[in-house]
Design a protein around this ligand. Structure first.
Ligand SMILES: [Zn+2]
Ligand SMILES: [Zn+2]
Ligand SMILES: [Zn+2]
Length: 158
């Protein structure tokens, strides 16, 4: 009995979708497996309300254009979109994300500005220091010039 069922399983059969164009032959045991991915298998459109039966290979094209197409909004707002409502769908979730992104970019700009200001502040501080140093040395020079008179002209010229 076991032997028999085993040899039956090895009998080669043609695909039941032969009339639709499938040329596959396979052991009987693999019939189920084949039917799962036979592109000539008749399958129903997955969208609710659509009665179309199509070859599996045509299903993708059909679902792309099916007038019963419906899908939850990919933004996750929970609205079920259909062919008719998809275009007008004003997704609050999307608006929220856009708003969030805008706020984020404003924040980035603000941070960048602050950094720039800090850098300018530093540069100014540095300049102030330099100016103070220059003033100091000028005062020293003044003093020296005052004290040494004409002689200083030689010693201070480079
Ligand atoms: Zn087949
Ligand atoms: Zn359909
Ligand atoms: Zn939405």
């Amino acid at each position: 009995m076991y032997k028999l069922s085993k040899s039956i399983g090895r009998v080669k059969i043609k695909c039941k979708n032969e009339i639709r164009g499938c040329r596959a032959t396979f052991p009987l045991a693999e019939q189920y497996c084949h039917s799962l991915d036979c592109v000539f298998e008749l399958v129903g459109c997955p969208y609710r309300g659509c009665r179309a039966q199509l070859l599996r290979r045509d299903l993708e094209t059909h679902t792309r254009h099916c007038e019963h197409w419906s899908q939850p909004c990919h933004m996750g707002c929970g609205v079920l979109l259909s062919q008719g409502t998809q275009a007008q769908h004003n997704c609050y979730q999307q608006l929220r994300l856009q708003h969030e992104a805008q706020r984020q970019s404003h924040r980035t700009v603000a941070i960048a500005l602050k950094k720039k200001m800090r850098r300018m502040q530093k540069a100014m501080d540095h300049m102030k220091e330099q100016i103070a140093l220059i003033c100091e040395s000028l005062e020293v020079m003044d003093d020296k010039q005052g004290e040494e008179g004409i002689n200083s002209e030689r010693s201070n010229s480079f």
